[in-house]
Design a protein around this ligand. Sequence first.
Ligand SMILES: *[C@@H]1O[C@H](CO)[C@@H](O)[C@H](O)[C@H]1NC(C)=O
Ligand SMILES: *[C@@H]1O[C@H](CO)[C@@H](O)[C@H](O)[C@H]1NC(C)=O
Ligand SMILES: *[C@@H]1O[C@H](CO)[C@@H](O)[C@H](O)[C@H]1NC(C)=O
Ligand SMILES: *[C@@H]1O[C@H](CO)[C@@H](O)[C@H](O)[C@H]1NC(C)=O
Ligand SMILES: *[C@@H]1O[C@H](CO)[C@@H](O)[C@H](O)[C@H]1NC(C)=O
Length: 557
Amino acid sequence: MVQLARLCSYLLKLLIFSSLVNNFEWVPSYVAGVQNVYKPIRIHPYYSNLNYELNDSEADILKNSVDNIILYLKQLLLVFPNKSPLLLGRDACKSSWTNGRNKGKCSQIKKDYSGEICDDNFLIPDKHLEAFYTWTHEPLPDKTWYTDGVGISNADYILYIQAMSTNPCLTNVHRTNVNRVTAYASYCKLGEMDRPVAGYVNFCPSEFRESKNDQKRLRLTVLHEIFHALGFSKDLFLRYRDCSMTSESNENCAVWGYPILRQHGANYLLLTPTVVKAMQDHFTCNKTEFGAPLMTINGVLQSHWDSNILHGSIMSHTLENPEHIFVDPVTLAAMQDTGWYKVNFSYTDSYPYAKGSGCDYVTGTTEHSSQSCSFPHVRSTCDSWYSTKIINCTISAENNPSVICDSGTSDRTEITRCLQEVTSMSSYGKCYTVQCLGQNQVWVKVSENNWLLCPEKGVIELKYADVKIHCPRNVHLFCYKRGPQLYLEDLVSLQTTTTTPSSRVVTHDLKNMYSFTSGIGRADDIFGNNSRSGFHHVYGFDFTLMCFTIISWNINL
Ligand SMILES: *[C@@H]1O[C@H](CO)[C@@H](O)[C@H](O)[C@H]1NC(C)=O
Ligand SMILES: *[C@@H]1O[C@H](CO)[C@@H](O)[C@H](O)[C@H]1NC(C)=O
Ligand SMILES: *[C@@H]1O[C@H](CO)[C@@H](O)[C@H](O)[C@H]1NC(C)=O
Ligand SMILES: *[C@@H]1O[C@H](CO)[C@@H](O)[C@H](O)[C@H]1NC(C)=O
Ligand SMILES: *[C@@H]1O[C@H](CO)[C@@H](O)[C@H](O)[C@H]1NC(C)=O
């Protein structure tokens, strides 16, 4: 009886499958006049165990941010829609038939196969997974190990979201503010054309709690992580596809026909055409092969831009002041060159850093030093901080010092920039903490509690210390702030008219999922150095110490 039922269900499947095939044969898209088959991407969030460590209001804040960014991405990215429902494949087969009528079909399941696991041992619910059979020589499967789950309807991508104090989060106790892990993400499953169809994000609860009231920061973190999960990953660069010849569907896209990653000094350059064009346009350089620099750590490629060059990009490895993070044209070009997405470039932020700085800014081999301090004030030797207490800031009281001097509340609007420092002996770039008031006042922190106003194009002279600090030449650019962005403001109101999928909870034995051992066992993991290296993409907080980060990782171009 059981056998019979199985046979029936199998025949039914065959029937459904062949009718699908017929549909494809009989109604090809061009005959049916289907245009613009790319559709806005439908990312389905699946929140898992948020309440294990977050309380209700915290979980709501997290969900709200993720939901908003999903709406943003829906407008930013088009994708070749997934057949509904979305079902994820099982990687369960140990060996397949190499010949015979069941050639290519699985003959043996992996020993101890118990399901599909994302990062952090996150177990994908069976209801999201495909059936799995093994075959003998008979035409019908010998054994049904799993039947199809219900899948996820109307989705092109499923994003698993957790907030757990996993080992990478626990390493934060060993880290400085600069390298703290806020969240990390990975793709989990690839679908047709290798497009990622499932991904995983974990938010470290204590870091999340610290930043949960800073909505902009939170959303930018979410966006950064989802970009990783959608394909901005060192493990996926070489799977990117050239879809430039296919406007209507992605059926004929092949992987890029030339090496799109090339070593350049200590870095790698990403050399896909839209990226190169975006780089050329931004830096005003018409060199061919003017690729975008990806950072390395100890020679190992990472999933972030070199933030020394693409400073403030959403895909650099640290999140500075949210006002200075940009959804830059180079990152969006990379998303387009995945071949999996069509990007609506009208959402590109106006990205000011190093705009028009020329070819040498990127490919030059000169040491990042005082010479490059003039613009955009981010390249620096950053050799030391100027910390001698010199002047009481109340001297400049008439210029609204209350905002500036209240160091207790204003640290998040501080930014670190390289300014040229001249003494009677030398001249070199040094990191200073600065603040912009409006578009035209730059205040420089010259000691712990003391800030001095930069005269425009002028010099701050600290006579007693034999130091002259050269102020930025173009204060407007120096103090540039992004305008209001779609995903930061508009979507709040959009969301009130959009129903977001309700969250569901999977229950696992958490004690078995996580071993809360202390120590920094996953530290290498975080920086992408182990066998599953591709899985971790870390977004740390970096309030003011960008330059320190650069130095401590010893990045040379
Ligand atoms: C949730 O935790 C936060 C601390 O992060 C606290 O301020 C808040 O009152 C808590 N909310 C509830 C509903 O327990
Ligand atoms: C690049 O620009 C320079 C100066 O504008 C010009 O002389 C040169 O011919 C251009 N090269 C290419 C390949 O377009
Ligand atoms: C891109 O987005 C803008 C703003 O929402 C919209 O007006 C435009 O039609 C979009 N372009 C495409 C190709 O979808
Ligand atoms: C700055 O000056 C004010 C007023 O003279 C004084 O009260 C304050 O202690 C000074 N602060 C520092 C850090 O010297
Ligand atoms: C990973 O880290 C170990 C120890 O830090 C090092 O010996 C090894 O070379 C690294 N692997 C790569 C690929 O960089």
